[in-house]
Design a binder for this molecule. Structure first.
Ligand SMILES: NC(=O)c1ccc[n+]([C@@H]2O[C@H](COP(=O)([O-])OP(=O)(O)OC[C@H]3O[C@@H](n4cnc5c(N)ncnc54)[C@H](OP(=O)(O)O)[C@@H]3O)[C@@H](O)[C@H]2O)c1
Length: 220
């Protein structure tokens, strides 16, 4: 049976994606740290189930990977989770930077490695960032570094394993909790996570095998 797993499903883009997948009749297993938000989503939608783990910690990552490898294959794996501290690089403490690298790159790399090693080639979609993966992102250096790394990993693994539907979806700025309320880019216009999730979900159902989709183009 077709079903999807979404890492980072309790709010923002991942929560909207879960809603759209369930509306399309896909059972979804959503992961996050905040049980309350996940439980509320479950109340609203019986096709939504959830598990709680912290992917900034190696034991949280281990738990998710063990779960993936021990389950019937999911037709779609979405690695939506990501984030990082805001501020000048030297003014944020090192654990905050380490957190950004763990949740925005190391966890994703470990999932890819584990699925490949187990020859589990279900569709896997990484979520990058149209800005942070391809240009400087002042005040978000460790996040930007992690997103650059994610894009490099995606491109390299794609070249090594062209028979795997490994994709990268790179959104522009969205109106979610992740974007600080006072972020300057908000004045240029940010996108609704629900619209972006609709685009991501529809794209996952199309035949753009192994593709990289940048959506939407960032307003100039
Ligand atoms: N917002 C933007 O402007 C923007 C722009 C470009 C790209 N992106 C990318 O789009 C993706 C989604 O962003 P978003 O704006 O929807 O972010 P968000 O609102 O901050 O949501 C992040 C999701 O990841 C989960 N999460 C965060 N840290 C976690 C951890 N340590 N362990 C487990 N789960 C964790 C959160 O749930 P819990 O809090 O329950 O753990 C939440 O479900 C990210 O990869 C982000 O980098 C965002």
């Amino acid at each position: 049976m077709d079903r999807a797993v979404i890492f980072g499903a309790s709010r923002g883009l991942g929560a909207e994606l879960a809603k759209q997948a369930c509306a399309a009749g896909y059972p979804v297993l959503g992961w996050g740290r905040k049980e309350k938000a996940l439980a509320e989503q479950r109340e609203r939608d019986p096709l939504f189930e959830y598990r709680v783990a912290d992917f900034s910690k190696s034991f949280g990552q281990d738990e998710a990977i063990r779960y993936l490898l021990g389950s019937e294959p999911f037709s779609k794996v979405f690695l939506v989770v990501g984030g990082g501290p805001y501020g000048l690089f030297q003014e944020r403490d090192w654990p905050s930077h380490e957190w950004a690298l763990q949740v925005s790159f190391i966890f994703q790399a470990r999932v890819i490695h584990a699925l490949l090693a187990a020859r589990r080639l279900e569709q896997l979609i990484l979520v990058g960032s149209s800005v942070a993966e391809s240009a400087a992102d002042p005040q978000a250096a460790s996040y930007c570094a992690a997103k650059h790394a994610l894009r490099g990993l995606y491109a390299s693994v794609r070249a090594e394993t062209p028979d795997w539907d490994l994709r990268l979806f790179s959104p522009g700025y969205m109106d979610t909790e992740m974007l600080p309320k006072n972020a300057a880019v908000r004045s240029k216009g940010v996108y609704s996570p629900s619209v972006v999730a609709g685009e991501l979900w529809t794209w996952s159902l199309t035949a753009d095998y192994g593709g990289h989709r940048v959506y939407p183009p960032h307003p100039t």
